[in-house]
Design a protein around this ligand. Sequence first.
Ligand SMILES: Nc1ncnc2c1ncn2[C@@H]1O[C@H](COP(=O)(O)OP(=O)(O)OP(=O)(O)O)[C@@H](O)[C@H]1O
Ligand SMILES: O=P(O)(O)OC[C@H]1O[C@](O)(CO)[C@@H](O)[C@@H]1O
Ligand SMILES: [Mg+2]
Length: 437
Amino acid sequence: MLQTYPNPLQDNAAYSVVKQYFVDDDDTVPQKIVVHPDSPRGTHFRRAGPRQRVYFESDDVLACIVTCGGLCPGLNTVIREIVCGLSYMYGVKRILGIDGGYRGFYARNTIHLDLKTVNDIHRSGGTILGTSRGGHDTTKIVDSIQDRGINQVYIIGGDGSQKGAAAIFEEIRRRGLKVAVAGIPKTIDNDIPIIDRSFGFDTAVEEAQRAINAAHVEATSFENGIGLVKLMGRYSGFIAMYATLASRDVDCCLIPESPFFLEGQGGLFEFIDKRLKENGHMVIVIAEGAGQDLLAESEEQSTTLKDASGNKLLQDIGLWISQRIKDHFAKKMTLNLKYIDPTYMIRAVPSNASDNVCCTLLAQSAVHGVMAGYNGFTVGLVNGRHTYIPFYRITERQNQVVITDRMWARLLSSTNQPSFMKHEPNHPVGEAGAMKW
Ligand SMILES: Nc1ncnc2c1ncn2[C@@H]1O[C@H](COP(=O)(O)OP(=O)(O)OP(=O)(O)O)[C@@H](O)[C@H]1O
Ligand SMILES: O=P(O)(O)OC[C@H]1O[C@](O)(CO)[C@@H](O)[C@@H]1O
Ligand SMILES: [Mg+2]
């Protein structure tokens, strides 16, 4: 039987008035909320929130926070809110920042974090702790955790970071250490499965509007103007899809999950020709991972280069497709194509209001879970509720836009672009509005 202690929140004036504030250990949140009467019970996740009893005594806690992978709006807010949550809610005084991602555990000194050091950091983009790709040496990381006497590890990072967190958790279990490991999902691409979405995505979509607006202004000011915007999204096209749905000025959205082709009936060139004839201008949004097959085919080689974390390094689809469009129309008509690549601008900004709330709730939920003795989980919003999701479920696949789902159909209906699906004999190649689902 684990030794537990009364939750210090019981004496906290802010919480004493909230009836049933503590979450029952048996409360769960279903993964699927649309069900039929005969549906199986399905997977449920533990509901996040403070518990009646906690597993750590506040004075015994030595927590650390690390940020890994690419930047994302809101990283500093999450760091701030973990520090505030630990300090204000649980009276924890010893919190360390790990400098520069996973390798910082064994290659750098730690950074002291307290209420004063984190007070203003949410106003800045980036991460005050620094971040990196690669450098995940499980043995060295756990040695460092053990040597320093750290007993709570908060890992803020994307799908790769959560795999790294799972490896750390396994090694900690193997060594029988009393150390909790919690992940906070950082995914501007929205490529982490199960969760509704996480912090930073909303800000990124909002920031992408500036680039799309610029593309629209340029396109409408020149004869046969085309504004082409490349947005982040290595394997998942959510930013491009939502930025398109938000904007109303986008004529065509291209994402990694939806293959497309350039030439012939139903292809991109035919659609560009049609839109320019109809409207005199058009805006195209392309996710960085879209059309990589076409690019590799035309270059007659596919790049095998990888970044330090093992992610495939992509070639610039925006530049390539701009050139192909220009070449195709060169002899037919005057065309003014402006290529805008706001890649890093959408993730280097501080988070907006709604993402700041998201950061706060995720950070507080992670702190409550760790204090209550949960371990090896990623905190995440599932169907609008905060939950603790075991690492193995988060790491088993990537989240992608499902192009046979309603959301993609809504986008196709909104832009009225071709689906680029190869047509079946009895169905004419048509635009989304005419597609039979
Ligand atoms: N399978 C894995 N096992 C252990 N560590 C991993 C694994 N994959 C990635 N990592 C480590 O996690 C960290 C972050 O990974 P990565 O660079 O892929 O970014 P990410 O967390 O996926 O974030 P994003 O892709 O959103 O930028 C790196 O330090 C990397 O070494
Ligand atoms: O150039 P970096 O820092 O590796 O980051 C680029 C990658 O980061 C991501 O935004 C994920 O964080 C991907 O969409 C993109 O490919
Ligand atoms: Mg990733």
